[in-house]
Design a protein around this ligand. Structure first.
Ligand SMILES: Nc1nc2c(c(=O)[nH]1)N[C@H]1C(S)=C(S)[C@@H](COP(=O)(O)OP(=O)(O)OC[C@H]3O[C@@H](n4cnc5c(=O)[nH]c(N)nc54)[C@H](O)[C@@H]3O)O[C@H]1N2
Ligand SMILES: Nc1nc2c(c(=O)[nH]1)N[C@H]1C(S)=C(S)[C@@H](COP(=O)(O)OP(=O)(O)OC[C@H]3O[C@@H](n4cnc5c(=O)[nH]c(N)nc54)[C@H](O)[C@@H]3O)O[C@H]1N2
Ligand SMILES: [Mo]
Length: 800
């Protein structure tokens, strides 16, 4: 094993900004760590450029007018991780049994470097051994044919290209299965379910020019400095223009507080930092529905007050009580009077474009401030202040991330974000809109080309017409349902296009125990991870090219494409020498697997692999509107915009309007088993040194944690109340659904600025705590940001 964490972890507050010298230094260190200092900078100059490759880290927009270096610290880490000179080759696998590797940490498995050969598990010696590609495909095809389509799951992690994803869903459907769970089921599924109901869009409606035109930004539950650092440039530009940025987050994240652009020599030398958020509200985890209700209540009641004071009358108005009890509300009322406003809400927009307003407004009026304060953790004055900033802005752009989607009430959160936008017509006008910041670099695009378990969202008739087969019409399994099927023994085959399913999912322990009962596991991957080390009866690891590598096929070097968080498609051309001669591209692997499984078909698999522009033509034939002139426009600067009807105020909903949807409650009801007074609400986080289950290192610079990931952030009052000590060792135990005991032991307590009643720890270390059934009811997104736990003193020392 390599690079064990330091034996003495260091925990000290970080005083610097996001970006800055810390970031510049980190990029240099990363390139050295992966032994690529010479080639690294040349390669990075092509990252996110119109002629280059699209970053494999986050999905943030690639501007038409690029900066000289269009990458961030974490993008550089992701590149270095992929083009590393380290190799997990057959000699590595010859040295280690899989039972032995099971004890290794995530970091140490991936740190072995790139997979170089197709490998098959040999039960006789418990090792992965090299295998011929043809033999591998033959056996996989034979095994798949022995299973019924409903017994097989085709998982996708959000990195695979549009081309690979299109082929993969086609293969699954021709095989007869809609079991297409994906990483999005654990990520933005609450958006995919909630936004269509509200505004008829399954993705955010914001584009880059909205950042340039906006007069206010609401920034909810996303950690820009770590998860999408290039967006800091857009936020910095907005902040420099004096645009208020109003942030709602469980923690005070450094990237949302201040930023120093590591690519601006002036800023680096003079020490100029840009403050990012003008207002920062620390909400309790799970408190966003209440916080948003509070803001909406303040807006609606200020509007009521204007009308009842006679300033203006709106049809249906009645005399509603005025109660301006906080200084913030008095200031709000004064600011409205000063602006000579007739309304706070955009009644013309509400009348013309929406349904459900009265019901929503009545619910907002009815909530008691005391309850909204208790649940959100914010004061009435804070919610009123945020409402004032919102009301005084011509346009508001609302940005959000995982802190609201990965919740028991994830879909309600998304509805509330849309409700807030609709109150002042903040959708479908320049400078407004909703920006759902996506995770993986092509997770949004995969859905666009048919990766979905829901048959209604896939172009089944078109696929039938183009390829002459009868696609399955039944509803497939989402990620949580795949886990259920594996636990019950109903799933027998698991094919994985990237990802690390066993680490990303909830209920890790039971799932790891059930996993070896799978008949067949096939992992198409770039690096070794836990989902490979634990495996089925017949197990393959098939190494593939990464997006940064040159993909040479019969017609020459190939390009692929991805869709960004702002719904633009981009071409991407690999530039690095492949990690090994033996590895194949994802499209090539999918094509061979399909041929070996399906036999003859009306899909020109070989022609597609020889020339990926043929796959793009097929995508265009399947979705003529969305992908019009796809190949011609592939490298157009700024990308190809995807049509978004809601941007034009065309509402593709059942009512034909945008809908106010009123959540039934403010907070989930938990059936706590034990003394409820001792429960804290856990949120799981990413450090600044990881990409999902890929742990680059043990430093979370902005949060001041170095040398360990086994920590829990707690409020000082809770530490004292529960009789614990800062720096002491604790166990976390799940407080709901205790028929199974779920515990993570030996975490180090860190006293931290976090609202009381809440605590936070890292993902994936805490995934064993999450019951499989603990998810949003509609979207089935696991509630990774809200779990009731007991925190008790541990018998063991911190297990750094
Ligand atoms: N470097 C790096 N980049 C990444 C990733 C990575 O792991 N590393 N992962 C990628 C992926 S797949 C995704 S989905 C995105 C994830 O990016 P984010 O959406 O930023 O997700 P998280 O990092 O999990 O953290 C979410 C934020 O929500 C806050 N939060 C937690 N609970 C609550 C709550 O209840 N309410 C509110 N208001 N805030 C809360 C946390 O403090 C944190 O700042 O990033 C993508 N980009
Ligand atoms: N507790 C908790 N759990 C969570 C979350 C959380 O916030 N809290 N977040 C959830 C979210 S938002 C997500 S998106 C999921 C992530 O779940 P996944 O997408 O399944 O996991 P990743 O860690 O992104 O996958 C990493 C692996 O992908 C493979 N890989 C990397 N690049 C490539 C490539 O180009 N091609 C192929 N074929 N393979 C490649 C490598 O082998 C690497 O080990 O986790 C979810 N789980
Ligand atoms: Mo994600």
């Amino acid at each position: 094993m390599t690079a064990a964490p330091k034996t003495h972890p260091s925990i000290k507050p970080y005083d610097g900004p996001a970006g800055g010298w810390g970031s510049a230094k980190a990029v240099g260190e990363i390139l050295l760590r992966e032994h690529i200092p010479a080639a690294g900078p040349t390669l990075l100059a092509h990252q996110n450029k119109p002629d280059g490759y699209m970053c494999v880290s986050c999905a943030w927009a690639k501007p038409a007018k690029t900066r000289p270096l269009e990458f961030c610290e974490n993008g550089a880490k992701a590149t270095a991780w992929e083009v590393t000179h380290r190799k997990a080759d057959p000699s590595f696998f010859a040295k280690h049994t899989l039972s032995e590797l099971e004890a290794w940490r995530d970091h140490d498995l991936e740190e072995q470097g790139r997979l170089t050969h197709p490998m098959r598990w040999n039960p006789a010696n418990d090792r992965y051994e090299p295998v011929d590609w043809t033999a591998a495909f033959e056996e996989i095809g034979k095994e798949l044919r022995l299973l019924s389509p409903r017994q097989v799951d085709f998982y996708t992690s959000g990195r695979a290209s549009l081309e690979a994803s299109y082929m993969y869903q086609l293969f699954a459907r021709m095989f007869g299965s809609n079991n297409l769970p994906d990483s999005s089921n654990m990520c933005h599924e609450s958006t995919s379910v909630g936004l269509p109901e509200s505004i008829g869009a399954s993705v955010g409606t914001a584009i880059l020019s909205d950042f340039q035109n906006t007069s206010c930004i609401f920034y909810i539950a996303q950690n820009v400095g770590t998860s999408s650092p290039r967006m800091l440039h857009d936020l910095q530009d907005a902040a420099d223009r004096g645009v208020p940025i109003v942030t709602f987050n469980l923690l005070r994240e450094r990237g949302l507080e201040r930023f120093k652009n590591p690519q601006a020599p002036g800023e680096m030398l003079t020490g100029k930092e840009t403050p990012i958020s003008s207002e920062y509200y620390q909400v309790k985890n799970g408190g966003d529905v209440a916080a948003l209700f509070g803001i909406c209540k303040a807006l609606i009641e200020a509007d009521d007050a204007l009308h009842s004071s006679g300033a203006s009358k709106v049809a249906g108005d009645d005399d509603r009580p005025q109660d301006l009890s906080s200084a913030a509300e008095v200031a709000f009322a004064a600011s409205i009077a000063a602006a000579d406003k007739k309304h706070v809400l955009d009644h013309d927009f509400i009348r013309q474009h929406t349904t459900g307003f009265e019901e929503f407004a009545a619910a907002a009026r009815a909530y008691e401030w005391g309850e909204l304060e208790r649940v959100s953790g914010l004061t009435r004055a804070q919610m009123s202040q945020a409402a004032q900033t919102y009301a005084n802005a011509q346009t508001v752009l609302i940005i959000y991330g995982m802190g609201v989607t990965q919740q028991v009430m994830g879909v309600d959160n998304v509805h509330m974000i849309a409700n807030l936008a609709l109150l002042r017509g903040n959708i479908g006008k320049p400078g407004a809109n909703i920006c759902a910041v996506r995770g993986h670099s092509n997770v949004q695009g995969q859905r666009t080309v048919g990766i979905t378990e829901k048959p209604g969202l896939a172009p089944l008739d078109k696929l039938a017409e183009l390829y002459h087969f009868e696609p399955p019409r039944w509803t497939g399994r989402s990620t949580v349902e795949t886990c259920e099927a594996i636990l019950k023994g109903e799933a027998r085959g698991f094919i994985s296009l990237g990802g690390n399913f066993l680490r990303a999912i909830p209920e890790t322990e039971a799932m790891e125990a059930a996993w070896p009962k799978l008949r067949l596991t096939v992992q198409i991957a770039t690096k070794l991870n836990r989902s490979h080390v634990i495996h089925g009866e017949i197990a393959y690891v098939l190494p593939c090219l990464g997006r940064i590598e040159i993909d040479q096929q019969e017609s020459g070097a190939q390009a692929v494409s991805i869709e960004s968080s702002i719904a633009h498609f981009h071409g991407s051309r690999g530039r690095a020498t492949p990690a090994s001669q033996e590895i194949r591209s994802e499209p090539a692997i999918i094509a061979e697997m399909a041929k070996a499984t399906l036999g003859a078909s009306d899909v020109p698999w070989d022609r597609w692999v020889a020339d990926y522009s043929e796959i793009r033509n097929a995508i265009e034939r399947t979705y003529p509107e969305t992908f019009k002139n796809f190949n011609e426009r592939l490298f157009q600067p700024g990308g190809i915009p995807r049509p978004l009807p809601a941007r034009e105020r065309k509402w593709v909903t059942k009512t034909g309007k945008a809908n106010f949807i009123t959540p039934e409650r403010l907070f989930p009801q938990f059936d706590i088993q034990g003394d409820a007074r001792n429960v804290l609400h856990l949120s799981t986080l990413r450090s600044n040194d990881q990409f999902n289950t890929t742990i680059y290192g043990y430093s979370d610079r902005f949060r001041g944690v170095d040398g360990t990931r086994r920590i829990v952030f707690m409020n000082a009052e809770d530490i004292a109340r529960l009789g614990l000590a800062n720096g002491g060792s604790v166990d976390l135990r799940t407080a709901i659904d205790t028929s199974v005991s779920r515990q993570v032991s030996g975490l180090r307590v860190i006293e931290y600025n976090i609202p009381n009643g809440c605590c936070a720890a890292y993902y994936p270390e805490c995934n064993p705590l999450f019951p499989l059934g603990h998810h949003d009811a509609k979207s089935k997104t696991p509630s990774y940001k809200l779990l009731p736990v007991f925190v008790t003193r541990s018998e063991i020392a911190p297990t750094d």
